[in-house]
Design a protein around this ligand. Structure first.
Ligand code: HEC
Length: 460
């Protein structure tokens, strides 16, 4: 309490607030009468390890300025962009049940260098460059050694072969498609099929460990690239247990291309390389110059704006190579980010009022999450090839109206649905499952209307 005595008991009574300061700061400045009414305490917080102190962006681009202001740090990016796209309702969300879990900042950091498509909803949704090297399969002894597994398919039911019948691709039983043909001399054999995984042991040597097996009557088909196991009625649980051990398949999407071979697998976020980060690829629907499978993210939520895309790109571009030194509280270095030179190039929705350059993108990004895939909502598919022809078709809710009628927005049911016209059945689109409401931005609506007014043409 020496400090307090120094500053004078009377003043302590007058400035009641300073009682606290006297105890905390014990600052000489308390004696300075010019400080009357102010709080003479400047915290001297230690710098958080890993915090960068790069100079902020001082240029004039409005998108960069907005990004810097609203999305200054990795934490802001997570809270305002990543978390928003991951709505807390089941089904449209990445949470503990869905890979990758992006709910918390720590989970977001965990996405750095993490593999992609670890748990894809469907095998069709797997991207080739997310496929990891598969486990290997060996059939008995003297049946041609082991081969990498492309994929496995179990078709329930029982196969009872008559003499000389051979199973085919649709025969009930366990089918294993291999990357390279087995050079087995025989086909119809009773044998043990072994599943083998490569491990790197403590001395750095690769060891091949058989980790599962299946005894059955096996056929070798298609010149050795396809093996088939008969599964008796009593052994269906056994085959399900086998599939549950998580055999790694080198060609999960079954397209004949074993993904990550010549090129390393794509990670969710690759420090320094936003364009080679699968999470960003899923936002854009494209990567390495080609389309990537799976629904466009964020599903059923507004697509990221230009400043939001910029924040994500700059965050990833300036990430340190080592995950342990990432600090989300650190400012995103917009001044040092190459994408800050032309943020508009990150615009997901394009510009102008042409079908190809913009309208198609607005529909795909805002609507494709629900109006796409194998069971599009209301039977309307606004994603992928052939969308133009589909938007000229008749509405199912108001069968007397086309979805889009050139030069007649008022008779275009899709326009009525997105402009919230009173005559519509159901909800205004894009429907937001969280709020029950939703709408496109004024600029997007204006461009769609201008496109319809101008004749709703496709070829530009
Ligand atoms: C969250 C899911 C969701 C999103 C996002 C969504 N829709 Fe829908 N849409 C539905 C559902 C559900 C229906 C049927 C119920 C209804 O109309 O309210 C529907 C119906 C429609 C219909 C009626 C179909 C017909 O043939 O009459 C149109 C048109 C439509 N949506 C257009 C759009 C457009 C354009 C967008 C994007 C701007 C969009 N929707 C975004 C879920 C969605």
């Amino acid at each position: 309490m020496t400090c307090m005595r120094k500053s004078g008991v009377a003043r302590v009574f007058v400035w009641a607030g300073l009682v606290v300061l006297g105890a905390v700061g014990c600052s000489q400045e308390l004696d300075d009468p010019s400080l009357s009414g102010t709080i003479p305490f400047k915290p001297n917080r230690p710098t958080v390890p890993g915090t960068t102190t790069a100079a902020p962006y001082a240029g004039a681009n409005a998108s960069v300025r907005e990004a810097q202001e609203r999305l200054g740090t990795g934490l802001d990016l997570h809270a305002r962009v990543i978390f928003r796209t991951c709505s807390p309702t089941g089904g449209v969300c990445h949470n503990a049940k869905e890979y990758p879990d992006l709910h918390t900042p720590a989970n977001f950091i965990a996405a750095i260098d993490a593999p992609c498509n670890v748990q894809s909803g469907t095998w069709q949704g797997v991207y080739d460059r997310c496929e990891r090297v598969g486990d290997r399969f060996r059939l008995g002894e003297g049946m041609g050694g082991d081969r990498e597994i492309g994929y496995l398919v179990y078709l329930p039911g029982e196969f009872k072969p008559a003499a000389n019948t051979s199973p085919g691709a649709t025969t009930p039983g366990l089918h294993i498609y291999l990357a390279d043909p087995l050079s087995a001399a025989k086909s119809d054999v009773n044998a043990t099929g072994r599943f083998i995984r490569s491990f790197v042991n403590r001395s750095g040597l690769v060891e091949q460990l058989p980790f599962a097996s299946f005894d059955a009557r096996w056929w070798v088909l298609d010149g050795g690239k396809h093996v088939f196991a008969q599964v008796d009625a009593g052994r269906t649980t056994r085959v399900q247990d086998l599939l549950a051990v998580g055999i790694v398949q080198g060609d999960q999407n079954r397209n004949g291309v074993l993904g990550a071979r010549a090129n390393p697998p794509v990670p969710l976020l690759r420090p320094g390389h936003p364009e080679e980060s699968y999470l960003i690829g899923r936002l854009r629907g494209r990567m390495f110059g080609g389309e990537i499978p799976g629904s466009r993210m964020p599903l059923a939520n507004q697509p990221l704006s230009v400043p939001e895309m910029l924040a994500l790109f700059c965050f990833v571009e300036t990430l340190p190579p080592d995950r342990a030194s990432v600090n989300l509280a650190s400012p995103i270095d917009y001044a040092g980010c190459s994408y800050a030179a032309a943020p508009e190039s990150l615009n997901l929705l394009g510009s102008g009022v042409t079908w190809v350059g913009r309208i198609k993108n607005i529909l795909e990004f805002n609507c494709g999450g629900c109006h796409g895939g194998t069971e599009p909502q209301a039977g309307l598919d606004l994603k992928g090839g052939g969308v133009y022809a589909r938007v000229l078709a008749m509405s199912s809710q108001r069968s007397e109206l086309a979805l889009i009628k050139a030069r007649a927005p008022a008779e275009s049911y899709l326009w009525l649905k997105i402009s919230g016209d009173k005559s519509i059945r159901g909800a205004r689109m894009p429907f937001n499952p969280l709020t029950g409401q939703g709408q496109l931005t004024d600029a997007e609506l204006a461009d769609i209307k201008a496109w319809i007014d101008a004749g709703a043409v496709e070829n530009q």
